[in-house]
Design a protein around this ligand. Sequence first.
Ligand SMILES: O=C(O)CCC(=O)C(=O)O
Length: 280
Amino acid sequence: MTKIQANPDKAKQNRLVTPEQVEQFHRDGWCVVDSLFSTGEIDTIEHFFEDFKNNGLAAYDSGDKFEDIDPKKRQLRAMHPHRYSEKAKAWGLHPKVIEVLKVLFGKPPLMAQTMYYFKPPGARGQGMHQDNFYLLAAPSTCIAAWTAIDEANVDNGCLWGVPESHSREIICPKGIPDTSWMNYGDSHVRPFPRSAKPIPIPAPRGSTMFFNGQFIHGSSRNRTKDRSRRSFIGHYVDANTESLSVHYHPIHDENGNVMSRIAKTEGGGPCGDGVGGGIH
Ligand SMILES: O=C(O)CCC(=O)C(=O)O
């Protein structure tokens, strides 16, 4: 795998992300950037998805409808909403998010996926994983831009991540999955490395967390009785990407054009067929 290279000159020229945030991204695997979306845009996204959940589309996990999913058992999330709505596509390609991704990748980004997590009170967490186990972007990796629609903290199920884990290769699963909440085994990261210590990463409403596709992360259960933990997420690859899992095509450039030259990986990548490369 080609690692994402830090480019200090590009970082200095940019006003949306500080050199310290860029340094943290390259050192720890993530950084949180405030206010790329305006308050009005966050309100609009929130209202859009409150309507979206009532539109009867089979746009959720496994092609199910919103009402088919029990959030205590499965992730309640719209999958690829940009394929259904030009508005969701425009939020995925938000110029300020694209600008920050250019600095972090050091190259123009391409959009491979969007998601919207509803995570209502009581909803389960998500096991620890590395995104590029699923996306299989090659020769480099992907970056996630995860925007908090509600303030996210330990109580309502914020993200947790393992500092510096992005310098690892993709971990291939061994043994039997453990399916308890925020377990370290219901994903591909098993056995969970003893040296890896996840920390909570709280995020204010409207802030965007960027993280590397090798970064080990997951999220905790929403333990509140009255607060959702909603988030809008985009996954991106860089313009030099040669191949990507078939599940993430079509891929869009920053102007929304489809990039058809990128090969579709049908198998499971480094962990073998039937293991990696699925929908994430
Ligand atoms: O928002 C969450 O709970 C998990 C999101 C996630 O794992 C991702 O975007 O890769």
